[in-house]
Design a protein around this ligand. Structure first.
Ligand SMILES: NC(=O)c1ccc[n+]([C@@H]2O[C@H](COP(=O)([O-])OP(=O)(O)OC[C@H]3O[C@@H](n4cnc5c(N)ncnc54)[C@H](OP(=O)(O)O)[C@@H]3O)[C@@H](O)[C@H]2O)c1
Length: 245
């Protein structure tokens, strides 16, 4: 779909991929509403992109955000949080927080904003998932589960909307991206390879997914190989995953 003059709501736009996406969408002529919790960082991105802002916590305020955003042509569910470490050592409430922000809030926002798109016969919903949701990552089991949930929710929705012209669903599955995500989750990215990619690369992939109606985009593209191997040959995939992480 055309992005010029489209009203795009981007969650998690105060940092990382969401901030890079705000800049990319502004360059396409989109009208932006940006959300996040950090008022100052959000205001800085909005000032640079001519956007409106809604400061809110998606764990509890998805309904309020949808009401304040009004009619939205494109919803980008990008906000997300991580946690890394042994599952049994997860502090009380952490799993619930990941499920609320990464999975429940995107489903709630989609439930509230999709009817307007269907009525207008024009719209697009984007989910920023992760390669973790396609393969499962050790020490990130709950994070992986939230992203797998997002990916399969999108797939079901896409089946359901088949035959509904003008309304599309896209999932992005990034690998490691150079953002404050790792500092925030309290555990740095532990490997040298694959090297983190810049958030602008994911932002470009999101823009292309909306414009061309791409159902699923791995960023970088080679990441579709481990995902396909897991689907086609789970036994050998597990051996390789244990060997190489
Ligand atoms: N970085 C990676 O390697 C990577 C890889 C694959 C997928 N992803 C996914 O990409 C998305 C963006 O992550 P990023 O790397 O750009 O991380 P980031 O720089 O930490 O940005 C996360 C964004 O989510 C927002 N957010 C977090 N909790 C929120 C809450 N409770 N309510 C409202 N907003 C909230 C943050 O806003 P405030 O801080 O202002 O609340 C921030 O704008 C996430 O869904 C992440 O899972 C990241």
């Amino acid at each position: 779909m055309r992005l010029a003059d489209a009203h795009v709501l981007v969650t998690g736009a105060s940092s990382g991929i969401g901030a890079a996406l705000a800049h990319a969408l502004a360059g396409e002529g989109a009208r932006l509403t940006l959300t996040g919790r950090d008022r100052e960082r959000l205001a800085a991105v909005a000032a640079a992109t001519g956007a409106s802002t809604v400061v809110c916590d998606l764990a509890t305020q998805a309904g309020e955000l949808a009401a304040r955003a009004g009619h939205v042509d494109v919803l980008v569910n990008n906000a997300g949080v991580g946690w890394a470490g042994p599952f049994v050592e997860m502090p009380a409430g952490s799993a619930e927080r990941l499920l609320a922000v990464n999975l429940a809030a995107p489903i709630a926002l989609t439930r509230l904003l999709l009817p307007g798109m269907l009525a207008a016969g024009r719209g697009h919903v984007v989910f920023v998932a992760s390669i973790a949701g396609a393969v499962g990552v050790a020490r990130e089991a709950v994070y992986s589960a939230t992203k797998a949930g997002l990916t399969v929710f999108a797939e079901g929705l896409r089946h359901e909307l088949h035959g509904t012209p003008g309304v599309g669903v896209s999932v992005l599955l990034p690998g490691v991206v150079d953002t404050p995500f790792f500092v925030r989750r309290g555990a740095p990215y532990p490997r040298r390879r694959p090297a983190p990619i810049p958030p602008e690369r994911v932002a470009r992939a999101v823009v292309a997914a909306i414009r061309h109606g791409r159902p699923e985009s791995y960023v970088p593209g080679w990441l579709r190989l481990p995902a396909r191997l897991r689907g086609a040959a789970p036994g050998p995939f597990r051996l390789l995953a244990r060997r190489f992480g």
